[in-house]
Ligand binder design. Sequence first.
Ligand SMILES: NC(=O)c1ccc[n+]([C@@H]2O[C@H](COP(=O)([O-])OP(=O)(O)OC[C@H]3O[C@@H](n4cnc5c(N)ncnc54)[C@H](OP(=O)(O)O)[C@@H]3O)[C@@H](O)[C@H]2O)c1
Length: 259
Amino acid sequence: MQKFRLDNKLALVTGGSKGIGLGIATALAEAGSDLVLVARDPDTLTQAGAMLASTGKRIQTYSFDMRDTDKIGELFSRIVSEIGAPDILVNNAGGTRRGPAETLTADDWSFVINLNMTAAFCLCQAFAKERIKSRKKGKIINIASLMSETVREDNAPYAASKGGIRQLTKALAVDWAKYGINVNAIGPGFIQTDLTRALWEDASFDKWVKWKTPWARWGTPEDLGYAAVYLASGASDFVTGQVLYVDGGLLSTFGPSSW
Ligand SMILES: NC(=O)c1ccc[n+]([C@@H]2O[C@H](COP(=O)([O-])OP(=O)(O)OC[C@H]3O[C@@H](n4cnc5c(N)ncnc54)[C@H](OP(=O)(O)O)[C@@H]3O)[C@@H](O)[C@H]2O)c1
């Protein structure tokens, strides 16, 4: 099982301070990787760093707003010169602005597309340029969604951004295979995090998720971590352009036959 180890690797995880990003960061560190975590709130980053210290790996944090897409290249160069060049990139930072499509503003649209898709593209590009220049292999993991395939109401920009992430993953996988860079995505089902707090605290929605999901539960950030270790490791060298759905079977069903 040595192929799954990530010793002597450095992973950059955006949105790594909590939720899914922290779950992924924890698993990558347990598999042997050092970490660079990027998010906005410095206090949450410090708490995440303290929590991950028990893994014994080197953990560095950068407070940065990923919506500043024209400064992403600069941020990446700073990380390379201060910490080293990442071997693994996890584009996880994301968010949404919900509302009926006819009422959303252009600002709502750009907020979501910018954070969920443009920022991911810019960071993928900075990462790939460095890998190509230094002639080293790399692993990119983008965070997709069930909304990369299907939709729920009142979330049009998010659905567009996550559908875009699925196609971007394939496009970059094809462009960069010749450089030894794998580009894959993880598509989480309904995962209990701050982003979905209003949903899992709503008793009727909670019941619906458990009814709709064959495994009859919410996912946890830990569920995503192991999938990330696989896609970050040598065990997945011939896997590229894929979205691995970690959703308790939800995408595979219309739902149980009894309501
Ligand atoms: N939870 C789910 O059920 C679910 C399902 C499918 C897909 N996803 C996707 O999974 C990813 C993580 O979601 P989550 O549920 O873990 O959310 P979360 O608990 O709200 O965590 C979001 C993380 O991203 C960071 N972040 C948010 N906006 C940022 C910005 N502008 N710049 C830099 N960092 C930023 C947050 O830190 P700061 O706030 O301090 O910046 C935090 O570390 C997202 O891409 C989301 O779309 C989630």
